[in-house]
Design a binder for this molecule. Sequence first.
Ligand code: A3P
Length: 302
Amino acid sequence: GYKWVVISPRCFQYKGFWLPEIYIKGSMMIDDHFKPRPSDIIVASNPKCGTTWLKALTFAIVNRNSYFDFQNHPLLTSNPHDFVPFLELFILQEAGSIESLPSPRLLSAHLAFSSFPTSMRCRFVYICRDPKDALVSMWYYVNKLRPEHLPPLSLEVTFDLFSKGLSLFGPFWDHVLGYWKASLESPNKVLFLKYEDMKREPSVYVRKLAEFLDLPFSAEEEDEGIVDKIVKLCSFENLSNLDVNKNNVKEKKRGFPAPLRNSDFFRKGLVGDWFNHLTPEMVKVLDQITEEKFRGTGLNFN
Ligand code: A3P
């Protein structure tokens, strides 16, 4: 019942997580065919936790020597997803196209950390978010993905499923914990970021991200205010107001399992919008799960 009626697109449990079928195919291809390079950078996330933002920031940081004109930057005319393809989807495209990308390859993934072969030696930058905001964002999103012949999904049902672990790439908490533990074990390989921290102090985290990628800002770059330029370029206010990202044409580009509009990646871009949607009872349940799942791990969303 639940597993395909409710989460759209249809999801199946694979290696402990609920994945749309096409991502399962991609995951298998990674196991068998992906040749990781130590220089690879993977932007990883649970959907709706700030993937689009982190893709933009990572792309701007890594390519700042090629694209130093911030008035004329490629992110002003293309959606961030065009520069950082999902590894699980990209690998299903023409054989060898990933191999022919120059290093450092900038890729992304929604797969759980444990789903990757242990031989993956790349660097991961992971973004997570308060599950309450992630749920609200996901609720809007799954209704956008939902085929027209199905009735909209209520927040109550989405909440019920989410709290039982049934969400795109869920269980949400297990996904977060996988990357959290990996970041503690291998801090040079996995950078763990929180949406809320980044909203509060974006420039601090842009510097952290650059340092993690072995591309720290030089004194000259600091003098030129490059960090602030990157923060502004990639801000919700800037990106969501660009013509390219206001595009409402539904396209099945980028290999996503359902047609999407560029505008679907931008909604409010705020911390705490859950307050306007969730009942006190829902909040209590989610906070309790978070507290139980994260107890003793050093991780919280307070
Ligand atoms: P909301 O629905 O709460 O507004 P993802 O990129 O992982 O799909 O996540 C989408 C969420 O990130 C949406 O949250 C979206 O509005 C927000 N978002 C998109 N671009 C952003 C940006 N540049 N800065 C901050 N938040 C952004």
